[in-house]
Write a protein that binds this ligand. Structure first.
Ligand SMILES: Nc1ncnc2c1ncn2[C@@H]1O[C@H](COP(=O)(O)OP(=O)(O)OP(=O)(O)O)[C@@H](O)[C@H]1O
Ligand SMILES: [Mg+2]
Length: 260
């Protein structure tokens, strides 16, 4: 048996009376595309915020390649190799695609801004290496035609792709995608699905993906965890999860909650 890349173990998180996560456990294996689904407010984004050091849970353990993540700051976790995209795009709208991706590499700059003045030679070499890495991502995500455009002027689906590129620019060993196709039209969704699959299959990156688009999740995921009210109710392969009566009940219940 191979060791999991990520072990999320019995995590509990609450905000002044609201229990966001209530004993959530799962593991992600090397090269796996692991999806997290569940109704609005179920705790999906909270899982990502715990994983990336934004929230500190009151109980549990999160281990990435054997290293405990709880108690570490977001930049330290990024440096360990966890990259993420956000449910709402978080890019610099006035900066070009190229510059946003360069910023995605900031923790790869080994010298720091001040030190760079004394080490222009090394800094130039490091700038060049960063630039080459970013150009590769631009090719991989088919962003070449937009590379000099300010991100804010681009179609929504392309902006989501730039965000994926920004996360890849940090050369993560694990990628977290929070609703990568939310708000996209069919064509944009199909493009994004293709890139997500390429990231898993060509780059071999393990991915945790939160997504409401059930068709996409069923098509892409190796395994799925369903959460409801901060609790995991089922983890399994797509066919196992789709056939589970409790999952069906949670989704019907959610429709009633939203309708009511
Ligand atoms: N910073 C916060 N302060 C207070 N409550 C929060 C905070 N973050 C999350 N919550 C609460 O925790 C619960 C889980 O929220 P979370 O954002 O994780 O849900 P989600 O599954 O991502 O939902 P959605 O599908 O709408 O994105 C909700 O009740 C939410 O209101
Ligand atoms: Mg969310």
């Amino acid at each position: 048996m191979t060791e999991p890349v990520l072990s999320f173990d019995d995590v509990r998180l609450s905000f002044a009376g609201v229990t966001a996560l209530d004993g959530v456990s799962f593991t992600v294996n090397p090269g796996e595309l692991f999806a997290v689904i569940g109704p609005n407010g179920a705790g999906k984004t909270s899982i990502f915020n715990v994983l990336s050091g934004v929230y500190r849970p009151e109980r549990g353990s999160v281990r990435f390649e054997g290293t405990e993540l709880i108690g570490r700051r977001p930049h330290a976790i990024a440096r360990l190799g966890i990259g993420r995209t956000f449910q709402n795009i978080e890019l610099f709208a006035n900066l070009t695609v190229l510059d946003n991706l360069m910023l995605g590499r900031h923790h790869h700059h080994p010298y720091g801004v001040l030190a760079a003045f004394g080490w222009l030679g090394k800094a130039r070499r490091s700038e060049l290496a960063n630039r080459l890495a970013v150009e590769e991502i631009i090719d991989f995500l088919e962003l070449a035609q937009w590379r000099r455009f300010p991100v804010g002027l681009l179609p929504y689906g392309v902006q989501k792709r730039v965000e994926l590129g920004r996360a890849l620019a940090g050369e993560p060993k694990l990628l977290l995608l929070d609703e990568p196709v939310a708000g996209m039209n069919l064509e944009e969704t199909e493009d994004m699905a293709r890139f997500v699959l390429d990231i898993r299959d060509e780059l071999g990156l393990p991915i945790v993906m939160v997504e409401h688009d059930m068709g996409l999740v069923m098509d892409l995921a190796d395994r799925i965890m369903v959460v409801d009210f901060g609790r995991p109710i089922r983890t399994g392969t797509p066919p196992e999860v789709a056939a589970d009566p409790e999952v069906i009940r949670a989704y019907l219940g959610a429709e009633h909650r939203e309708a009511g």
